[in-house]
Design a protein around this ligand. Structure first.
Ligand code: ATP
Ligand code: MG
Length: 577
C-alpha cells in the first residue's frame, strides 16, 4: 500500500509528543480503525496545551484550545430575553461549563456557490441533517453520493469557500414552534423579522415529518368557511381538506386566501400564511391588511421572499407545516396557505440543477411530485383519539395563459382534493372573485356543508352552466324571445350575486338568505349599480323582520319551503335604495 492510500493521522500540539505518547496514539488508531496509519506530528503553538488528533475526516480534541472554543460556543449560546441583564446569564454559563473531550467528523468544502456547497469527508452525515460551516453558516444535507454530500445553505455563503471546514450537528433541520408565534412574522426558519423581539418557543419540530396514517384520521365533516359566496355555495371546503387555488398571475388568488383568513375571526382556527418567492413589499402590505382587520391575533406569517436564497424558499412551506402540526396535534384547527407552490418548485429546480441532479420534464428533477405530495399529505383531520385537530391547506399555483395541464399544475391538482380555478377573462370583465364554475371542484367538502347552505345552494351550479351555454348560443342572434331574455337576465343576476368585494366576507346565514332569494329569481329586477350593497341591505332588513328564520339557519337547520317563500317575498317587496 502506498503512503498516499494509507490512513493519514495528523497530531497537533505545541510540544513534540514523547515516544511513549506517540506509541499510545498509534495504538489508539490501530484499535479504532483496524489499520496502521501514516503518522505525522505538526507543531502548532495555537493548541496551547494538550493534543488534537485528526484521522481521515475524524477529529479528536484533547487540547486547551479546543476547550476554549467550547467555552466560547457556550457563551455565544447565551441569549437574554428582551430587557434581561446578560451578566448573570454569562456567569451561569461559565459556572455550568463542563469541558468534554470531543471526537467529531469534519468535512471539507470542495465547491460552493448559488446557495449550494459540496462537501467531502462527512461519511456518516444523514439526509436532512444540519451542518455548520465556518462563520456559523447553516446548511442542510440534500444529496449523498460517493463523492461526498451536497448541502444547501441557509445563510449568506460569503464566508464559506473551498477548503472551509464543516461540522456535523447530528440534528435534522427543524423550526421552533409554539403559541409565541401567533401574531408574528418570521423568516423561513422561524426567526422573527417584524422587529418585535425574540420569540420564546414551546418546542422544536423537524421540518420534515411523516404524514398521519389512515387510522389516525377521520373524514372531513366540519366546514371551514371562506366567507366568499362563490366558494362556500359551490365548492365548500372542510377542515382537513386540501383545496388548490389556481390561476394566472393577478387573478385574485392571494385575495381568496386573505379573505379566508379574515373570515376565521372568532372561529377558533389558527392561520399560517407562508409566502414563497413573493415580493417582500406585497407581504408587508398583506400583514398590514391582516393587522387592520384584527386577523394577526390568530395568524403567523412566514416569509421566504423572492430575494431570499433558493434554499430558504425551498424549506419555508415545510417549516410552516411543522408549525401547523404543532397546533393540530393539540386538537386545534389550523388553516395553512402556501403562496405559491409554483415558485417553490422553481426554487427546488434551481437547487437540484446546482446539485447536479439530472433534469426531467420542464427541467424539473424527477422527484418534484414527491416535493409537494409529502407536504400536502401532512394536512389531515385527526381522529378523536388523536385529539380531533385539523390542518386545512390552501396551496396556490400560478398558471401561464390558463394552462392547467402544465407539469406542476397537473401534479398538484392530482394531490389536492379539488381546485378553485380563477379565470383571467372573468377577472378582466369585472367578475370578481373570478371563479370559473365549470373548472372548479371540491371533492370532499360537500359532506361538511351545513343544512341551510346545502338546501339554498341547490341547483346553483346547474343554473350557471345553463346560463353559460345559453349565452354562447345567443351571442350572435339579434332576436331573442321573451323566455330566453328572462333566463339570460336570471343568469346575469346569479353572476352578480357571486361578485364580492375583498375583505367583506358573508356570514353563513347571509349566504343562505341571498342564495334563496337569487334562486327564487327574486333579485332579477335589482339595479346592477350598488348590487353588493343591496344584498347587504337585504340581509340586514330580513334579519330584522324574520329574526326567527335567521336563528334557525344559524342553528344548522335546513330551509323549509315556508322559509324560502318568506325570503323570496321579502326580497321582491323590499326596497333597496
Ligand atoms: P399574483 O399572481 O401577483 O400573486 P394574485 O393572483 O394573487 O396575483 P391578487 O394579488 O390577490 O392576485 O389580486 C390582484 C388584484 O386584484 C389586487 O389588486 C386585488 O386587490 C384585486 N382583487 C382581488 N380580488 C378582488 C375582488 N374580489 N374584488 C375587487 N378586487 C379584487
Ligand atoms: Mg398572489
Amino acid at each position: 500500500m502506498s503512503d498516499q492510500q494509507r490512513l493519514r493521522a495528523l497530531l497537533y500540539s505545541a510540544e513534540a509528543p514523547t515516544p511513549a505518547q506517540r506509541a499510545r496514539f498509534e495504538r489508539f488508531i490501530e484499535i479504532k480503525y483496524n489499520e496502521r496509519c501514516y503518522f505525522l506530528w505538526v507543531k502548532d503553538p495555537n493548541i496551547i496545551d494538550g493534543f488534537r488528533l485528526e484521522v481521515g475526516s475524524d477529529i479528536y480534541d484533547w487540547s486547551i484550545a479546543g476547550r476554549l472554543n467550547q467555552l466560547k460556543d457556550a457563551m455565544r449560546a447565551v441569549r437574554p430575553a428582551p430587557g434581561e441583564d446578560i451578566i448573570p446569564l454569562l456567569k451561569k454559563a461559565v459556572d455550568d461549563f463542563i469541558p468534554l473531550p470531543v471526537s467529531e467528523e469534519i468535512g471539507t468544502v470542495m465547491t460552493v456557490g448559488d446557495g449550494v456547497a459540496n462537501v467531502r469527508g462527512l461519511k456518516h452525515a444523514e439526509y436532512g441533517e444540519i451542518l455548520l460551516f465556518d462563520g456559523n453558516v447553516r446548511g442542510m444535507v440534500q444529496n449523498i453520493d460517493k463523492q461526498g454530500v451536497g448541502c444547501i445553505l441557509f445563510d449568506d455563503d460569503g464566508e464559506v469557500e473551498a477548503g472551509s471546514r464543516v461540522h456535523r450537528t447530528k440534528r435534522s433541520a427543524g423550526v421552533p414552534v409554539g403559541e409565541g408565534f401567533i401574531g408574528r412574522v418570521t423568516d423561513a426558519l422561524g426567526v422573527p423579522i417584524d422587529g418585535k423581539g425574540e420569540i420564546t418557543p414551546s418546542g422544536y419540530r423537524p421540518v420534515e415529518h411523516s404524514a398521519p396514517g389512515i387510522a389516525a384520521r377521520q373524514p372531513v365533516n366540519e366546514p371551514l368557511r371562506t366567507g366568499i359566496l362563490a366558494v362556500d355555495s359551490m365548492f365548500p371546503i372542510g377542515r382537513g381538506q386540501r383545496e388548490l387555488i389556481i390561476g394566472d398571475r393577478q387573478t385574485g388568488k392571494t385575495a381568496i386566501a386573505i379573505d379566508t383568513i379574515l373570515n376565521q375571526k372568532g372561529q377558533g382556527v389558527y392561520c399560517i400564511y407562508v409566502g414563497i418567492g413573493q415580493k417582500a413589499s406585497s407581504v408587508r402590505r398583506l400583514v398590514s391588511t391582516l393587522t387592520e382587520h384584527g386577523a394577526m391575533e390568530y395568524t403567523t406569517v412566514l416569509l421566504a421572499s423572492a430575494s431570499d436564497p433558493a434554499p430558504l424558499q425551498y424549506i419555508a412551506p415545510y417549516a410552516g407545516c411543522a408549525m401547523a402540526e404543532y397546533f393540530m396535534e393539540q386538537g386545534k384547527d389550523v388553516l395553512i396557505i402556501y403562496d405559491d407552490l409554483s415558485k417553490h418548485a422553481v426554487a427546488y429546480r434551481s437547487l437540484s440543477l446546482v446539485l447536479g441532479r439530472s433534469p426531467g420534464r420542464e427541467a424539473y428533477p424527477g422527484d418534484v411530485f414527491y416535493l409537494h405530495s409529502r407536504l400536502l399529505e401532512r394536512s389531515a383531520h385527526l381522529s378523536a383519539s388523536k385529539g380531533g385537530g385539523s390542518m386545512t391547506a390552501l396551496p396556490i399555483v400560478e398558471t401561464l395563459a390558463g394552462n392547467v395541464s402544465a407539469y406542476i399544475p397537473t401534479n398538484i391538482i392530482s394531490i389536492t382534493d379539488g381546485q378553485i380555478f380563477l379565470d383571467t377573462a372573468l377577472f378582466r370583465s369585472g367578475q370578481r372573485p373570478a371563479v370559473n364554475v365549470g373548472l372548479s371542484v371540491s371533492r370532499v367538502g360537500g359532506d361538511a356543508m351545513t343544512g341551510a347552505m346545502r338546501s339554498a345552494s341547490g341547483t346553483l351550479r346547474l343554473d350557471l352552466a345553463q346560463y353559460r351555454e345559453m349565452k354562447v348560443f345567443t351571442q350572435f342572434s339579434n332576436y331573442l324571445d321573451d323566455e330566453t331574455q328572462k333566463n339570460l337576465r336570471s343568469g346575469e343576476t346569479l353572476m352578480n350575486v357571486l361578485k364580492q368585494e375583498q375583505y367583506r366576507p358573508y356570514q353563513e346565514w347571509e349566504q343562505a338568505v341571498i342564495l334563496a332569494a337569487a334562486t327564487a329569481k327574486a333579485l332579477d329586477g335589482l339595479d346592477e349599480n350598488g348590487f353588493a350593497d343591496s344584498l347587504h341591505k337585504l340581509c340586514e332588513g330580513f334579519s330584522k323582520v324574520r329574526g326567527d328564520v335567521v336563528e334557525r339557519i344559524k342553528s344548522g337547520a335546513k330551509l323549509s319551503d315556508e322559509d324560502r317563500t318568506a325570503i323570496a317575498e321579502y326580497a321582491k317587496a323590499a326596497e333597496y335604495a
